[in-house]
Design a protein around this ligand. Structure first.
Ligand SMILES: Cc1cc2nc3c(=O)[nH]c(=O)nc-3n(C[C@H](O)[C@H](O)[C@H](O)COP(=O)(O)OP(=O)(O)OC[C@H]3O[C@@H](n4cnc5c(N)ncnc54)[C@H](O)[C@@H]3O)c2cc1C
Length: 500
């Protein structure tokens, strides 16, 4: 065993010890959500129906409609007694059941949404500040469909920025060291919210429309001492996002501003080339920039879409390949620490422990990078990292239930994925030894085609069964539109495909 692997295991076990010190359910809200998650992990069919139901729910107005859809999606006896009783009860008291269901599903969405509006979110951010956890705030919503909507988003981002700056005056950095690298106010933006006609075939047009929307926000952020991150969306948007970032931050006005960041997705085969390209650009520019490394949230979508179109698939097919690449890119980031400030967006203790151990090996002080985790997930891991003296930032989406639904479905997908770390640790109780294994050892030499999880998504995107279609004649328009969005949409099958 190498010294690095030994250190990763030591760190990983320490994180698990700290996590076990404050036992907490997998997700911050127990009850209804826990039960649905448990069922979804056991039964792929149930999971597919659940996602469709959650997707169509916001468009159902009357309780009777909710109950009819519930009946249609879940009346199969094979789903177990809990679901069976729920469906029967809903038939008997539709009004009450419809309201309870909507309330429960809204509760599920709220688990991952830090606030409905900027006022709301401040309560969460204050709580986290007291726990020494920082924030990056994002506005929920799907790809805009008109320029009026895009302008509205741009204005909302600006308002949010002003509010965050006002309300956090006097907040200090939790580590008090190298704090100039990590402004307190941190906003994450998605380009698909700012232009409705983004076409991968015409990056120049996209940049020409996006840059004027972004400049006022960046200017104000700079005046307020805030930080702006460009989130990364589906592969179709990747090159535009990279190009836009480099173009704007080479302009005279922003050339010497270090508080801008971008994302690299380690599940992409070309991620190392993109990262090295950014580093080279950063060195030529001569000012630090920040980079959030994630594995990527569009795996299902990218595999399905490329298969449907007969394209080369841009993502790795084996989960350990993404894990191993995340580690390789962590090294590239640390080796270029003099120009890039790194943030690591992961809930995977192996990936986190590797980051910690490698930083020590390369002599990078822990105050010079940060860990980022999503709101509503992995609370005990966040606490453990704070206790170990690391900088932790929480990604906090803000918005209403309706635009939040797609975000919810994406989180459900991630949390119930067969291959996800959180499921392996908290639902399947794999041993620390298994969870901390070197990912390169787990890559199978013959794993060249997409595994079955892509077919789960395909199944979800299929038309409903004949029986269900017949039963739901009255609501086909709603179901059809939900179906068109479905999981596939939740992983950004929409043109813009926004996600974090
Ligand atoms: C703070 C924060 C910000 C984020 N911002 C973004 C963003 O801007 N853009 C974005 O796309 N995502 C973003 N994400 C989402 C992120 O990509 C997922 O949360 C993350 O991939 C889950 O990885 P993990 O290390 O926590 O979990 P793990 O369980 O270790 O990894 C799960 C990931 O592995 C990959 N994977 C799953 N199955 C396979 C397979 N068969 N073959 C290859 N790879 C596979 C997928 O990327 C999947 O998401 C963000 C996450 C966080 C925490």
């Amino acid at each position: 065993m190498t010294a690095l692997q030994r250190e990763i295991e030591r760190r990983g076990r320490r994180i698990f010890e700290l996590v076990d010190k404050h036992p907490e359910p997998l997700f911050s809200k127990a009850g209804f959500y826990q039960r649905l998650m448990a069922l979804s992990m056991r039964d792929e069919r149930f999971k597919a129906q659940l996602f469709r139901f959650v997707d169509v729910l916001p468009s159902l107005r009357r309780s009777s409609e909710i109950v009819e859809h519930l009946d249609e999606y879940f009346s199969d006896d094979g789903f177990g007694p809990l679901v069976g009783v729920g469906v029967r009860l809903a038939r008997i008291v539709p009004w009450v059941s419809g309201r309870i269901l909507r309330w429960n599903v809204s509760g599920m969405a709220r688990q991952f949404i830090a606030g409905r509006n900027p006022d709301d979110v401040m309560a969460t951010l204050r709580k986290r500040h007291a726990q020494k956890i920082g924030f990056t705030v994002d506005l929920l919503g799907e790809g805009v469909v008109s320029e009026a909507q895009a302008d509205e988003y741009a204005a909302r981002y600006l308002d949010l920025l002003e509010k965050l700056a006002r309300e956090t005056k006097g907040w200090s950095d939790p580590l008090g060291k190298n704090s100039e690298l990590f402004p307190v106010v941190n906003l994450s933006v998605k380009i698909s919210a700012l232009y409705s006609q983004i076409s991968p075939a015409d990056p120049a047009d996209a940049i020409a429309h996006l840059a004027p929307k972004l400049r006022p926000l960046l200017r104000r952020a700079r005046e307020l001492g805030a930080f702006i991150n460009f989130d990364m969306e589906s592969y179709a948007h990747k090159n535009i996002t990279l190009e836009l970032f480099k173009t704007i931050f080479t302009e005279e006005e922003f050339k010497d501003w270090p508080h801008a960041g971008i994302v690299i997705q380690a599940y992409l085969r070309d991620s190392e080339a993109d990262l090295r390209g950014l580093v080279e650009w950063g060195r030529a520019r001569g000012t630090r920039f920040a980079l959030r490394l994630v594995k990527g949230a569009y795996w299902d979508y990218e595999t399905t879409k490329s298969r449907q179109n007969g394209w080369d698939c841009p993502v790795y097919f084996q989960k350990p390949e993404s894990d191993a690449n995340f580690e390789a890119l962590t090294r590239v980031l640390f080796e270029n620490e003099s120009i890039v400030t790194a943030a690591f967006g992961s809930h995977n203790v192996r990936s986190i422990a590797h980051t910690q151990a490698l930083a020590d090996e390369l002599g990078i002080d822990r105050s010079r990078f940060e860990f980022q985790l999503l709101y509503g997930m992995a609370g005990p891991i966040k606490r453990a990292l704070v206790e170990m003296g690391y900088r932790v930032r929480e990604y906090c989406p803000v918005g209403e239930l309706l635009p939040g639904m797609a975000y919810l479905v994406r989180r459900l997908l991630e949390n119930t994925s067969n291959e996800g770390f959180l499921r392996a640790k908290f639902a399947e109780n794999l041993s620390a030894e298994e969870l901390l294994r070197e990912p390169r050892e787990l890559v199978k030499p013959d794993g060249a085609s997409p595994p079955d999880s892509a077919s789960v998504v395909r199944k979800q995107a299929q038309p409903r069964t004949k029986m269900a279609r017949t039963k739901c004649r009255a609501h086909c328009a709603k179901c059809a539109s939900a179906l068109a969005k479905s999981i596939h949409s939740s992983s950004a099958a929409k043109k813009s495909g926004r996600m974090s």
